[in-house]
Structure formats: structure tokens, C-alpha cells
Design a protein around this ligand. Structure first.
Ligand code: CA
Ligand code: CA
Length: 500
């Protein structure tokens, strides 16, 4: 009895608190006024407690009120009147879909004093008593305000005017595109304390996102009415499907104990008993079949399993799961890339300290590619340092040569001046010149020695030209010195003549 009680609790006695307006209420699912996919219809196409008429076709998955063919109409009406409460909530999931940019005619959800019949108002009869909520696809009056959801309350005396989309008769409306949405449109109609509200979902997500469409106060609907649904097509045609029609009775807090007492205890017991009996019978039959056909029983189970996985809901769930997995993978890849980039930045930032650490002896070797880069960098830096050092040496060396050459020039200049001023100095000047020449020679020798020492190899000093002997070199120097002295002497003469 425990299982059946739990089922009973889930199906029928689902009482919980919700807030509408100011008063907290209790809500109870009424299975005798509802139908839901899957297992919406029985095998013969009938819906328990409901009448299906016209072009409407009920299957396991949906109630197709009107197919996408010209001039069709269909209705489904509850056989039992709603006696459970004065107030109700109806949650409907519907689909209006078609190939065209524009569809027709639309769908109607009803709560009427008497069961509806086939007729001109979105498939149902005119001059009804009660509530009609219309999903009007086609813009008959050309006001560019369709698809539109409109509410009309009728007392049985008024006719719905299609040519004006009922604009003179409807109580309230909202403009919503309910056609060709990825998910069924969820509609929530609440009638509580003579306030009627209609919330509509946009059909863009699995989880409904209700938005207020209509709110009307001082509404007086007939007691013990009948719920219904209808649809019709015209020159243009959409499929009009309902996948869920769930009715809940609403109670005020003060009504709650009474409502619980009103629960048909005898009926509950009968239901439990029947359920238990059916379950036992089913189990018995199943056991017997298994015993009789041990090989086939397994196949049957596998078939059931396969059927389950071909279910539309399962497929949708699988698709969602797959896309989520794909997104998760991409995120993981991005995270990996980020970590790599961060590692690269860190290794680049500490390249110099690492090099210093390597110099002091302690080695910090990072894993993978960065260590190689650091190694390369260190090599390049070392080469640059060597280059700088050798350049500095070369600069010093050039400076040295320059200084020495300058000294020589100075000495030559001073000696030339002495010769010029000395006039006919004779043998003394020659001796002095000889001494200076000796000194120049000595310095030149020193420079040459330096060059030889700094040169990489001895053979490089005299590549192809045969080396000059010391005497020849001295002779050339002597001749050059004589020429320089002569030139300086000759130059001093015009300077003297300038004074005249
Ligand atoms: Ca219309
Ligand atoms: Ca219109």
C-alpha cells in the first residue's frame, strides 16, 4: 500500500502553497480534467474523460486539434464538469507551427457552462457562456497586431466577429508571436477570487519563462463549467497541437480543511485497490511470460529500452547533454591555453633572476619549452657581453694608438719649428732630429710589437707582401722625415714675407 499511497499523493493530492495576489492558496492537480503527453491518448485515440470531435486527432504525444490543411476544425471538451473548486489554474502547453510566414486561423482554450460543439469560433461554437481565450494567428482586420492572444467573456448572447478579430468584443489582449517556436508555448490561466490572469511563455527554452499577458478583475465565470480546446484553419493552415492540459483546483487557506474532508475517501480506497490489483496482475502475467519464453523475455526488455531511447524527450535531453559537453570541452581548452600563456609570462618575467641564479650555481630548470628558451636567452646575453668586452678593448687600443700618433705629430711639429727658428743651425739640428727620429722609431716599434701581440696569429701580420727589412724601413723613415723637414722649412719662408 506504501507505493500506491505515494503515487496517489503525487498524482491527486499534490497540495502545496502558492501565492496569487495577497491570499495564500492550496493547489491540487485534477486528473479528471487533464491530459498530458506521453500517454496522452489511449490506443483507440480517445482521451479519458474527454470528447474529441471534428478533425482533431489524439495520439500518445499530442492532441492535434487541426492539421495544416485548408478549412479544418477540431475540438476536445471535458466530459466532466469542474465541481472540485470555484477557482482554478490551467497550465497548457501548445504548438502552432506551419511552413508559411503567416498562419491561420488559430486556437481557443475554453471554460464554458456547457460542453462545446464544432463551430465558427476557432473551431468551436458561437454564443457560448463563459471564457474563451483565443490564439489568433491571422490578421483579419489588417491592424498588424497578429498573432495575438485575446480574452472574451460571453454570456451566451454575443457573436464573435472574425472580420475585426473580435476587437469590439474582447475584454483584453496581448500581442505575442506564438507560432513556430523551438519549444511548446506554455500558457497559465488563473481564475481566483474573480480575478483572471493569463501568463504566457515565449517558447524559447525548456523551462517556462512566464510573462503576464492579460489581467482582468471582476470576472464571474459559470460554476461547474467544462474545460475545452479547439482550433481551425482557413485558406492558410497551421498544425495546432496541445501536449499538456493540466487543471488544478485552487483553494483559499480557510477552505483547505474542508477541501481535504471533501476528498472522496471511498473513491481513494477504490482507486488504491484497483491499482494494487492491476499491478499484481501485471506482475503475475510478466512472470508467467518469462517462465514460458525465457529467451523472448530478454528481447522484449531490450525493445522497450530501444523504444525509450527513441522517445522525443530523451532525444532532446541527449542533444542538450551533447551541446553542454561540447561547451564544457571548449571551456577546458580555453582554460588550458590561459594556463600556458600565464606560464609563459611568468618564465619570461623571471628570466634574468634565473640567469643570476645559474651564475651563482643553484639551478632552476622549468619544465618543458620555457627552460629551453631561457637557456637560449642566456647564451645570447653571454655572447653580447663578450662582444661588448672585446669592443671596449678595441676602443682602448684605438685610443692608445691615437694618443701615440698625436704625440708623434706634436714632437715632429715642435722639432720642425725649432729647425725653422734655428735658421742655419747646421750640425746641432741634425743631431736633435736624429735623436727624435730614434725616439719615433722606438715608439713605432712598440706599436708594432703591440699589434703583433694583439694579432691572433703571427702569419696574419704579413699576408702576401714580403716583409720589409729593418734597414729598408729605417731608410724610408729617414727619407720621409727629410721631406717633412724640407716642407716645414719651405713653408716658414712665405710666413716671414707676409710681414712686408
Ligand atoms: Ca483573426
Ligand atoms: Ca488583427
Amino acid at each position: 500500500m506504501g507505493t500506491s499511497e505515494a503515487l496517489w499523493g503525487a498524482l491527486v493530492c499534490c497540495l502545496f502553497v502558492s501565492t496569487i495576489g495577497q491570499a495564500p492558496t492550496f493547489k491540487r492537480f485534477e486528473y479528471k480534467h487533464s491530459f498530458r503527453a506521453p500517454n496522452l491518448a489511449q490506443r483507440d485515440g480517445s482521451i479519458p474523460f474527454w470528447t474529441v470531435a471534428g478533425d482533431a486527432i489524439a495520439s500518445q504525444e499530442q492532441l492535434r486539434l487541426a492539421p495544416s490543411m485548408r478549412s479544418r476544425k477540431g475540438i476536445a471538451w471535458n466530459k466532466r464538469s469542474f465541481v472540485e473548486s470555484e477557482n482554478f489554474q490551467v497550465d497548457v502547453a501548445l504548438k502552432v507551427s506551419g511552413q508559411g510566414r503567416i498562419g491561420a486561423d488559430g486556437m481557443g482554450l475554453w471554460y464554458t457552462a456547457t460542453p462545446g460543439t464544432l463551430g465558427p469560433v476557432f473551431g468551436a461554437n458561437d454564443f457560448w457562456t463563459g471564457m474563451g481565450l483565443f490564439f489568433d494567428s491571422f490578421d483579419n482586420d489588417g491592424q498588424k497586431n497578429n498573432p495575438m492572444i485575446s480574452l472574451m467573456i460571453n454570456d451566451g448572447t454575443r457573436s464573435y466577429d472574425h472580420h475585426t478579430d473580435g476587437s469590439q468584443q474582447i475584454l483584453s489582449s496581448c500581442q505575442r508571436d506564438f507560432r513556430n517556436k523551438p519549444f511548446p508555448i506554455r500558457v497559465r490561466i488563473e481564475y481566483f477570487k474573480n480575478v483572471l490572469t493569463v501568463h504566457v511563455d515565449d517558447g524559447m527554452s525548456q523551462v517556462p519563462r512566464y510573462e503576464l499577458c492579460i489581467r482582468a478583475e471582476n470576472i464571474f465565470l459559470p460554476r461547474n463549467g467544462y474545460f475545452g480546446a479547439s482550433a481551425a484553419t482557413g485558406g492558410l493552415a497551421d498544425d495546432h497541437d496541445v501536449t499538456d492540459f493540466s487543471v488544478y483546483s485552487l483553494f483559499q487557506e480557510t477552505q483547505k480543511p474542508a477541501a481535504e474532508q471533501q476528498l472522496p475517501q471511498a473513491e481513494k480506497a477504490k482507486y488504491d485497490e484497483e491499482f494494487q490489483k492491476q499491478m499484481e496482475e501485471y506482475e503475475k502475467e510478466r512472470q508467467r511470460y518469462k517462465e514460458e519464453h525465457p529467451d523472448k523475455a530478454k528481447d522484449d526488455e531490450e525493445d522497450e529500452y530501444g523504444k525509450y531511447f527513441e522517445d522525443a524527450t530523451a532525444r532532446e535531453l541527449r542533444l542538450i547533454y551533447e551541446s553542454q559537453t561540447a561547451i564544457h570541452k571548449v571551456m577546458q581548452q580555453m582554460e588550458q591555453k590561459l594556463i600556458e600563456i600565464r606560464q609563459g609570462q611568468v618564465s619570461g618575467g623571471v628570466a634574468v633572476p634565473q640567469q643570476q641564479q645559474q651564475h651563482t650555481g643553484s639551478q632552476h630548470v622549468a619544465a618543458g619549452q620555457p627552460s629551453f628558451a631561457v637557456h637560449e636567452k642566456n647564451e645570447v646575453i653571454q655572447t653580447l657581453r663578450d662582444l661588448t668586452a672585446s669592443l671596449r678593448d678595441m676602443k682602448n687600443y684605438v685610443n692608445e694608438i691615437f694618443t701615440k700618433t698625436y704625440n708623434i705629430e706634436q714632437k715632429i711639429g715642435s722639432s720642425g719649428g725649432a729647425v725653422a727658428s734655428g735658421g742655419a743651425g747646421g750640425g746641432q739640428a741634425d743631431v736633435a732630429t736624429q735623436q727624435r727620429l730614434d725616439r719615433i722609431l722606438a715608439e713605432l716599434n712598440a706599436v708594432r710589437a703591440n699589434q703583433g701581440a694583439s694579432g691572433s696569429a703571427g702569419s696574419a701580420s704579413c699576408p702576401d707582401v714580403p716583409c720589409a727589412s729593418t734597414s729598408l724601413f729605417l731608410g724610408i723613415i729617414f727619407v720621409q722625415s727629410a721631406v717633412i723637414i724640407g716642407v716645414i722649412f719651405l713653408r716658414s719662408k712665405p710666413e716671414k714675407s707676409k710681414f712686408y
